[in-house]
Design a protein around this ligand. Sequence first.
Ligand code: GSH
Length: 219
Amino acid sequence: MTAKLYYYNATGRANQIRLALAAAGISFENVNATYPPSAEQRKEWTDIGMNTTTNVPMLVLADGTVFTQSTAVVRAVARMGDGGLMPTDNKELYMVDKILADCEDLRTLAYSSFVAFGAPQSKADDYINSGFAKHVGNLERQLGDNDFFLGSTFSIIDISVYDVITNKGTDIIPGDCLKDFPKIKALVKKVEEQPKIATYLASDQCTAIPKFSPALLGK
Ligand SMILES: N[C@@H](CCC(=O)N[C@@H](CS)C(=O)NCC(=O)O)C(=O)O
């Protein structure tokens, strides 16, 4: 048995978990539901994840251990496998929590700006024209002149930043939304060059999943 990742045939909140699994060397299969999910589908998820709120993305390990809440799942994965993705030093652990929270703020802003999910076009335009840049600027400030957020060591932070910058930025915002952020742009390239990430990004498993598109922002 291999690990199973329950979600949709979409990048979304599962994307950073898939990238972390790949970087940790944990093989997994996607168990995709159609969107929106049916009542039967939700019941199936609830039977496994037990949450009466939300359950997907949900990771079930080969031994049956269940993980829900994407930001907790991504940390759990970083502590597993052979990727060395989670530091042990207290100051670095704070940085992990801090930057993952920064990424989550940007994800939340992006979702609330999606015309396709009911936001007015003016909100999507604000995201494109200033909201995204405000958050990326704050990430770039914290990256500074380092190769990675923890200095020279690639970690779970870089994966989460990569996910949010691509999935909620370069994939959906027309033009070069990183033109004012050369350090984050360089980080994106460095993450893509990590051997396990590069292998995953080129895999059929990854390319089969449709990326988010500018249509989400009405573009
Ligand atoms: N805070 C949760 C949010 C989960 C969530 O909103 N999941 C969405 C997809 S991104 C969903 O469709 N959930 C339906 C369900 O779990 O029943 C997380 O980060 O995992």
